[in-house]
Design a protein around this ligand. Structure first.
Ligand code: ADP
Ligand code: MG
Length: 348
């Protein structure tokens, strides 16, 4: 049945005698997300259609990034942070992401918390200086963390405590991926893979008329070695958070860029967490939360959520341990991916 979907338009095209067969087009969007490039693969019939989709996707990336990045001085998030303590006007997009961030914070009991910014900053400075943050400053930063102190109106965001700030780094990328996918769809593209540095959305089917294949990275592999687990996704989003792409080593200890909001210190439970969800905003935020939560509790939470699956990898004594939600391996290439010797949930 899946093949018929391609045969049919191809036959019509031949009959009409004026267009090319569907082909795979691959681009990096001109607009970047800081250092991250957004890659788009899509199936379409002409260069002009592909270019139109790329332009629409790229416009979305720069527009949303200019609202949500706290590293852009003129962004809405920067303005909200500068005006902490008072109500600040915010666009529908910013309101939507902040609302979802608060929902995920509640769901994860505060493991995901966008007010963690002050602690993130201290650890970023520590990474640059190569020495641990001052404990007193860290304690002060921790006092400014707490998503309960955010009030969201229909077109405003208020950070109730002066000195608080929000950091959407753990959720904005996912939202941008969702927006790019929608922009492609709006130009008539049905089959595409949008990927922003390992977080992405698989629309429709690949060039073989099968679900898109997404290989997962090994959290301790050299360069970008694969983990031998391949997701097969159609109309699904995925995201991975890890302590391996961005981390600091100080005195031989590894410090992740993801902070446990309750301690103000880098998360150390898991080496990586991959989440598959209906939208990438949810996948992105949950993957960040799963790096903070005790792995079993995180997987248990995911098991209680509909249409969401995850794989959490921990490292003990240099060995990888994989803990998966009950339906995770149904989304991978092959049942052989299912490891026999781990503390995985038994197949149902
Ligand atoms: P990456 O950006 O490397 O893909 P994530 O999606 O996990 O990784 O996002 C990490 C970013 O999220 C950090 O750089 C920081 O800006 C922010 N962050 C760190 N800890 C938390 C947390 N506990 N809750 C929400 N956001 C966080
Ligand atoms: Mg994330």
């Amino acid at each position: 049945m899946k093949r018929a979907r391609w045969l049919l338009p191809a036959l019509i095209v031949v009959g009409a005698c004026n267009a090319a067969a569907p082909a795979l087009y691959r681009y990096y969007l001109p607009a970047m997300l800081g250092p991250i490039a957004v890659e788009v693969q899509m199936i379409t019939t002409t260069d002009a259609r592909a270019r139109r989709a790329v332009q629409a996707g790229s416009a979305e990336v720069s527009q949303i990034n200019n609202l949500l990045s706290r590293y852009i001085e003129t962004s809405e998030v920067s303005r909200i942070n500068r005006k902490s303590g008072s109500e600040t006007h915010a666009s529908a997009q910013t309101v939507k992401v902040v609302r979802r961030a608060i929902e995920i914070a509640r769901l994860t009991d505060g493991a995901f918390d966008i007010t963690v910014g002050p602690a993130v900053d201290l650890w970023r400075d520590a990474r640059r200086a190569g020495e641990l943050p001052d404990p007193e400053e860290l304690e002060q930063a921790r006092g400014r963390v707490g998503y309960q102190q955010i009030t969201v109106g229909d077109n405003s965001v208020t950070l109730e405590k002066p000195g608080m700030s929000i950091d959407l780094g753990g959720i904005a990328k996912g939202y941008i991926v969702d927006r790019v996918a929608r922009a492609l769809r709006d130009t008539g593209i049905e089959d595409a893979l949008v990927d922003a540095g390992g977080d992405g959305y698989a629309m429709g089917l690949n060039a073989q008329a099968e679900p898109w294949r997404i290989g997962l990275e090994h959290p301790r592999g050299e360069g970008r070695s694969p983990l031998d687990i391949v997701l097969r996704l159609s109309d699904r989003a995925y995201a991975t958070s890890g302590d391996y792409r961005q981390y600091t080593e100080i005195d031989g200890e590894r410090y992740s860029h993801i902070i446990d909001p309750r301690t103000g210190r880098p998360a150390r439970e898991a080496a990586s967490a991959t989440v598959v969800a209906p939208d990438c905003m949810t996948a992105d935020a949950l993957a960040t939360a799963l790096l903070v939560m005790p792995p079993e509790a995180g997987v248990e939470l995911v098991d209680s959520l509909e249409d969401i699956e995850c794989l959490v990898i921990t490292i003990r004594d240099d060995e990888l341990h994989k803990i998966a939600s009950s339906g995770f391996y149904d989304l991978t290439d092959d049942a052989r991916d299912r490891p026999a010797d781990t503390d995985d949930h038994p197949p149902e």
